[in-house]
Ligand binder design. Sequence first.
Ligand SMILES: [Zn+2]
Ligand SMILES: [Zn+2]
Length: 301
Amino acid sequence: MSLDEFRQAVDRISVEEPELRNSLIFYADMLTTLYQLSDEVTPVLEEKRDLYAQLAKTVVERGTPLLELVGELGVPEDTWLRILERVASKVREHRPELSSDLDSLMNAARKGSFSPSDLAKYSLKGDLNYARGVAAGLNVDLDLVNAIALWTIQPILIALRRMVEEEIDSKNWLRGYCPVCGSYTRTAYMTGEGRKQYLKCEICGMEWPFPRLKCPFCGNEDDKKLGFYPVDEGRFRLYVCEECGEYWKVVDEETAGKVIPRELYPVWTFKLDEIASQLKDQEGGEQEGSGEDGSQDGSGK
Ligand SMILES: [Zn+2]
Ligand SMILES: [Zn+2]
């Protein structure tokens, strides 16, 4: 997992998708920083390695993600702040237009106006009220605050995952959310004979097998309510669940090869997010437009 490896992959993808280049460089560079931070934070978690390993062994049996079993990670607040600083400066490098927002955010964090660890933990749970309060108080974009919150907790969760992933009986987990950090993911890949499918956590990097033709978000297995769209000669597959409205993105490594590090799959498959969003718009349009002139129908093809 070196920057060089990421850069080569970015070059490779950019040949085919030049418009993705800047996003990819940003993503790869951020990911490198997050893995460096993860190495730095590992000694802090090391003290409780035995406890984490014991709990990890019980994750599948208890049906509860490790992070929930662990409760407090025992990472000091100044470490959270240090990670936040590094993440913010990485964002600034790539998005100088956000400098004043980042200044406001970092000044407030340094003054203790909000807690970086609380911000990160709530955002991880998908509870955006804390982030919303920070964003509104500083007049900073909520998406930016939320993205930074998730990047801040990521190195700690990557460190935790790397410490205990071997202890988790992940082949029997069979849930759509991550056995380490509890996050849902849209990223998956298929590999090997029979194209076995694995989900990959976009936060901590954990991978676990998950049945195909089942929605990771709501568990729907009715194939009449699952939309399937092969993209780029079958290199990618987009699945959409008509039951809950969620979608997920699968890289078929048997067709696409293993040329791109899996950490980059969330951005490599960016066009599938666009397709999913177009499908949603069409659906919305059809519902709104039903009984009218119907001009939306077929406009997508
Ligand atoms: Zn995870
Ligand atoms: Zn679903």
